[in-house]
Design a binder for this molecule. Structure first.
Ligand SMILES: Cc1ncc(C[n+]2csc(CCOP(=O)(O)OP(=O)(O)O)c2C)c(N)n1
Length: 303
């Protein structure tokens, strides 16, 4: 990382980390990041603050994937923050790379780099680019942002692990609009052909893409049946239910003989009433009264 993550005042006498953690600190406790509901809340709260500071986009996409990322980082992935390149780690690719703030937040909260770094997201001199980047950011496996490539890389990683008799798994998180890309379906064919049972995909199925609903753009339903037809073991779950997601990952890990997908039904903008299911919040940045209203709503929901 280029910056040092120095603790300086950010707002109202708080450092950036204290400002985001404030609802917990006011109660005399620290957030328990091993609880997926707490980590999901932190991902949303950082996502709001980071897009607010940077005037960045994609808050709706960050909010829809929060529980998926939180369950991965609390219940599923094997990783070592002090040894990010540990050979036995599971590999995670966020193929919908525009939601990179969700990964950065999860990594910082888990100690891969200082939480204070998050305030420089999208800023000059920071490695925390808007679309997720592995350059200079410990814990990120692959830079993404051009949609449709993550699953093919995931196939290659899973195949390589198999050839090396390695036991780690590869996880790839895609958007549903991203599934419009033909390259996704080529990767599905390959994952099936090679019988990659250590490859698990998750589709953040928020039913929206950048400018409209998926079904009004390019019809995807019945999505799990399409993945099944391509030979994948498919499950469909509530993508905001951390217990349901945990169980789905367990079942996917137990499946042998071929790859698995979890189609996670989610809500774009989940967590802030006026952002939910409103396509405006794909690109709109939270500022002024909208930022304050969103912050109050999130703070009222802290677990
Ligand atoms: C190859 C490519 N084409 C277009 C874009 C522009 N783009 C950025 S986000 C987005 C919508 C993605 O929708 P979805 O995969 O459903 O993700 P969501 O934001 O809904 O989570 C598009 C089209 C891109 N990043 N890459």
């Amino acid at each position: 990382m280029q910056r040092t993550g120095e603790s300086v005042e950010y707002r109202d006498g708080y450092t950036y980390e204290e400002w985001v953690h404030a609802p917990f600190l006011r109660e005399g406790r620290q957030p328990d990041i091993r609880d997926p509901r707490v980590l999901a809340w932190l991902i949303r709260r950082h996502g709001l603050e980071m897009t607010h500071i940077s005037h960045g986009s994609h808050i709706g996409a960050i909010f829809s994937v929060a529980e998926i990322m939180a369950v991965l980082y609390t219940r599923v992935l094997h990783f070592r923050p002090q040894d990010p390149k540990w050979a036995g780690r599971d590999r995670l690719i966020l193929s919908k790379g525009h939601a990179g703030a969700a990964v950065y937040a999860a990594l910082a909260e888990n100690g891969f780099f200082p939480v204070e770094e998050l305030r420089h997201h999208y800023g000059d001199g920071s490695h925390l680019s808007g679309h997720v980047s592995h350059k200079g950011v410990p814990g990120v496996e692959l830079s993404t942002g051009s949609l449709g490539h993550g699953l093919a890389v995931g196939v290659g990683l899973a195949l390589g692990a198999r050839m090396d008799n390695e036991d780690w798994r590869t996880y790839v998180v895609l958007g549903d609009g991203e599934c419009d890309e033909g390259s996704v379906w080529e990767a599905l064919l390959e994952g099936n052909q090679f019988g990659l049972d250590h490859l698990i995909a998750v589709v953040d199925h928020n039913h929206m893409q950048s400018l409209d609903f998926c079904e009004k753009t390019l019809k995807l339903e019945p999505l799990e049946k399409k993945w099944e037809a391509f030979g994948w073991n498919a499950q469909r779950v509530d993508g905001h239910d951390t217990d349901a997601l945990t169980r789905a990952f367990q079942l996917a890990c137990e499946h042998t003989g071929g790859p698995s997908v979890i189609i996670a039904d989610t809500v774009k903008g989940k967590g802030v009433s006026f952002m939910e299911n409103d396509i405006l919040w794909h690109y709109r940045t939270p500022q002024g009264e909208e930022y304050e209203a969103a912050r109050k709503e999130l703070e009222a929901q802290r677990p």
